[in-house]
Design a protein around this ligand. Structure first.
Ligand SMILES: [Zn+2]
Length: 278
């Protein structure tokens, strides 16, 4: 069995086993998860990631997927390092990945862990983008949680942007190239979605993800890399294990950078339906 937090006790009596997990940070209810199955576990080398404390990583998977899981998650520690440097220290005591023996439509983040289906491990790094995405939710979504669902782009847009950052680090498209590519694709789609309040039916529309990431890229272009990433790290530090909103983000960035430009950018990318130019 795998769940959020740390397994602190396990005892068997009269054929029943009690597992006790402890989560010490505040946890959003939708991030609670229990995975029951016959899992093999392997601990990865703890990685020193942007802070004094190493981040222990544990993989849980069915035995017959051991090879593919070993290949596909081999760079997870490096990913934790890159994101810790980029977004600030990893916010939880550890990170676990569960690969279920089921086919899942999409992987899913949970508090301190992520859940993938057997179809997501091909032994050929076919899901690197998704591995990066779910890991990034530990910062954006799990540590900093949107107080209202309308601000879901603060989670999905940021996690999507993390995919682009990892892609660039891994030698693929640069974030700039990803931004241009996805803006081009968005241009061909209907521009009738308000990213800043997509409504319950369109909360997980791909346009929320891509346009949210593009909004961040527009902010990055406006501030320059040094100020942008310094501001992102300050944002995750100030709101660690807390609730956030788009208004709070805009206000934070304005104060931190001393520039009101953020308000104009977010207004164009998040609160209007027409697709802005980069
Ligand atoms: Zn996501």
């Amino acid at each position: 069995m795998v769940s959020n937090g740390t397994l602190t006790a396990k005892s068997t009596r009269s054929g029943h086993t009690r597992w006790t997990f402890e989560v010490v940070e505040p946890m959003a209810t939708y991030l609670a998860s229990v995975m029951i199955g016959r899992y093999r576990s392997s601990a990865q080398q703890p990685v020193v990631a942007g802070g004094p404390a190493p981040v222990p990583i544990t993989l849980h998977f069915p035995s017959n997927l051991a090879h593919n899981v070993g290949v596909d998650f081999a760079r997870l520690g490096e990913m934790v390092s890159v994101f810790s440097t980029t977004f600030g220290p990893y916010p939880f005591p550890g990170y676990s990945v569960v690969v279920t023996d089921d086919v899942l439509e999409i992987p899913l983040e949970a508090h301190g862990l992520a859940v993938f289906g057997r179809n997501h491990v091909d032994g050929n790094h076919g899901s690197d983008r998704l591995i990066a995405h779910e890991l990034a939710h530990q910062w954006f979504g799990n540590s900093l949680t949107s107080a209202a669902w309308r601000d879901i782009w603060l989670q999905e847009g940021f996690a999507c942007y993390a995919e682009w950052i990892w892609g660039e680090h891994a030698g693929g498209r640069t974030a700039e190239q990803s931004a241009m590519y996805h803006r081009g694709r968005l241009e061909a789609q209907p521009q009738d979605l308000l990213v800043g309040d997509p409504g319950p039916h369109n909360m997980f529309d791909d346009r929320v993800y891509k346009r949210g990431a593009l909004a961040l890229h527009a902010v990055r272009r406006s501030l320059g890399d040094e100020v942008f990433f310094d501001t992102l790290r300050a944002w995750t530090r100030a709101n660690r294990h807390g609730l956030v909103s788009t208004d709070a983000f805009v206000e934070f960035v304005s104060i931190h950078t001393g520039s009101g430009e953020i308000r104009r950018i977010i207004d164009r990318w998040i609160y209007r339906t027409a697709l802005p130019k980069l």
